[in-house]
Design a protein around this ligand. Sequence first.
Ligand code: CP
Length: 312
Amino acid sequence: MNHFLSTDDIDSLPEWLKKGAALAQGIGTPDLPGQGKTLCLLFFNNSLRTRLSTQKAARLLGLEVLVMNFGSEGWNLELEDGTIMEAGAAEHIAEAAAVVGQYADLIGVRAFAGLSDRTLDSAEGILNGFVRYAGVPILNMESATGHPLQALADALTIAETSKKISPKVVLSWAPHPRALPQAVSNSFLRIMQRMPVELVITHPPGYELDPNLVGTYKPVYDQKKALAGADYVYVKNWSSVQEYGKVLHRDPGWMMNAEKLGDAGFMHCLPVRRNVVVEDAVLDGPQSLVLKQAANRTISAQLALRHLLNAL
Ligand code: CP
């Protein structure tokens, strides 16, 4: 059974990018591999792009779609085995996932990091609970540690727009008033390591990403130095990994502006806080790729759903 849990579920990235480009151009025989099947999307957290692009992609493939805001409308789920359920949780994920698996042929799950316990978040209790108990293919719509649909859309955007064989791509940390997960940055790193790009990571000391994901890449703490000659600048906030979930500082000097961006394309997954993460002039300027990235979410979702349907 195919799942789409991380970018590791993309067997051949060049092949997926080629198929994505063809889908974007409407090339290929229109088929409806999802006809007669149902996709259930479960949101434990808010969403705009993921919610709508995945539904649109599903309908383009002929799938029926059920959507539930599980975080606000579902029962609190127990994730541990053998618990005496006398506290807050009304239902165990074993029953909840198995029940949804009877109503749907495919299940999408969005469940963010809690950012208070790194071990708990790394275990991906909700996503893996659905994998374990639902009995149907599972689509990760952003989990505690990864956002592979976004990363695939980002890779499609670079592949579609790059004028160079090996562009320089900089992942640049940005200030933010709230503690945010590392999911987007993690998946972006993972997928860029499989692209023919020169990858540079820049952030203030203390914001080092998971060494298991960063691999041999050494962060450049001097943002100006890191940005020199960049073709793409992917701006994203994340909270500290070492001091797990903490906002160590909010230095506005790390905000992206037109001068720092130079001639590079500007990328961000959205939603973005204007004039905190990036100034208006960049977001509203011709080098912004954020709407193209969002458009490519419909393509990345079609690719992932086709993978689940064995129709890629
Ligand atoms: N980029 C992204 O996943 O957007 P949403 O959180 O609005 O779905």
